[in-house]
Design a binder for this molecule. Structure first.
Ligand code: IPM
Ligand code: MG
Length: 360
């Protein structure tokens, strides 16, 4: 029986990086026993250009009809002047919400070979292996009311709402505790409980769930400002981090720099039924179409897809090994260039495919 993947390249470098990931899937079909088919659909600016909607109905149908979704990236200056609901980012938020993808896993693992690509000292980052578990379909990104209004005195005011319900906190905390049990058994929950009631409640719910069901896991709490500092001061103290939508957005970008390049970080967004995989980086309009982007975050997202949605940990391990071997051979895209051989986006994809074939 074949598995079906919905492929949404999106905008900017999305097309280039997704093409390299598809080459990897081709190798798995041809030289291993994966039997995957895929179909493409538009999202983001590409969706708007095609049908006037950043999350077109046809895309929604395809995703709901597939075993997993692979997404490139969305956004670009071309669509910035549009009304907010028509912008590419609105499409991304809608697909997350529509598919109920509440748990966003963003692993930040230092690749030994790339230690010198990081701006931080080698001894600080060596051995870093952090999993950020970000709540993805609630919090300030989705809270109501929101908007920009004109006050009686004529002055304008922009506002958003940060709110979390018990069930939303419990389900994401549960995922974090479960992930930790398979790792180093430590969870750090990050909030701003000293100022914001919504996250004071977050801390209360995480603490209660821990006591009731996960007391075998070591739990700590940290304020987000301190966490931002600790992440670069001593990142090795962290195993699993669980946090709100916006804090997770910010801290996962910060964590990515520990690994040398944001071009290395994959992610999985998982709900009760659906799952979507995407690199954590954006559409990088400045380098789009130039065959310069690093496709490894997308290729590693395929690995997460194999592991979590297709139950093929064996093939996921092969892809990760192929990436390791490629890095060991000194192959680098420009973002990683540290004196190694610098290759294009497609050159990196080809190199990984060659290593993968050698593992067949
Ligand atoms: C991310 C991105 C998105 C987010 C943007 C593009 C809407 O930064 O996936 O981290 O803020 O969630
Ligand atoms: Mg982000």
């Amino acid at each position: 029986m074949s598995v079906k993947i919905a492929v949404l390249p999106g905008d900017g470098i999305g097309r280039e990086i997704v093409d390299e990931a598809l080459k990897v899937l081709d190798v798995l079909n041809k030289h291993f026993d994966l039997n995957a088919e895929w179909e493409e659909a538009a999202i983001g600016g590409a969706g708007y250009d095609e049908s006037g909607d950043p999350y077109p109905e046809a895309t929604r149908k395809l995703c709901r009809d597939s075993d997993a979704v692979l997404l490139g990236a969305v956004g670009g200056p071309k669509w910035e002047p549009l009304d907010k609901p028509l912008r590419p980012e609105a499409g991304l938020l809608r697909i997350r919400e529509d598919l109920g993808l509440f748990a966003n896993y963003r692993p930040a693992k230092v690749h030994e070979q790339l230690i010198h690509a990081s701006t931080l000292k080698p001894e600080v980052i060596q051995g870093v292996d952090i999993l950020v578990v970000r709540e993805l379909v609630s919090g300030i990104y989705f809270g109501q009311p929101r908007g920009i209004e004109t006050l009686p005195n004529g002055e304008k005011r922009g506002f958003n709402t940060l709110a979390y319900k018990t069930s939303e906190i419990e389900r994401i905390a549960r995922k974090a505790f479960e992930a930790a049990r398979l790792r180093r058994n430590k969870v750090c929950s990050i909030d701003k409980a000293n100022v914001l009631e919504s996250t004071e409640y977050w801390r209360e719910v995480v603490t209660a769930l821990h006591a009731a069901e996960y007391s075998d896991v070591e739990l700590s709490h940290m304020y987000v400002d301190n966490a931002a500092m600790q992440l670069i001061r001593n990142p090795k103290q962290f195993d699993v981090i669980v946090t709100t939508n916006m804090f997770g957005d910010i801290l996962s970008d910060e964590a990515s720099m520990l690994t040398g390049s944001i071009g290395m970080l994959p992610s999985a967004s998982i709900g009760e039924v659906f799952a979507m995989y995407e690199p954590i980086h954006g559409s990088a309009p400045d380098i789009a179409g130039q065959n310069l982007a690093n496709p490894l975050a997308t290729i590693l997202s395929v690995s997460m897809l194999l592991r979590f949605s297709l139950d093929r940990a064996d093939l996921a391990d092969k892809v990760e090994q192929a990436v390791e071997n490629t890095l060991n051979a000194g192959v680098r895209t420009v973002d990683l260039a540290d004196g190694g051989v610098s290759v294009s986006c497609s050159g990196m994809g080809d190199a990984v495919c060659k290593e993968l074939e050698a593992l067949a």
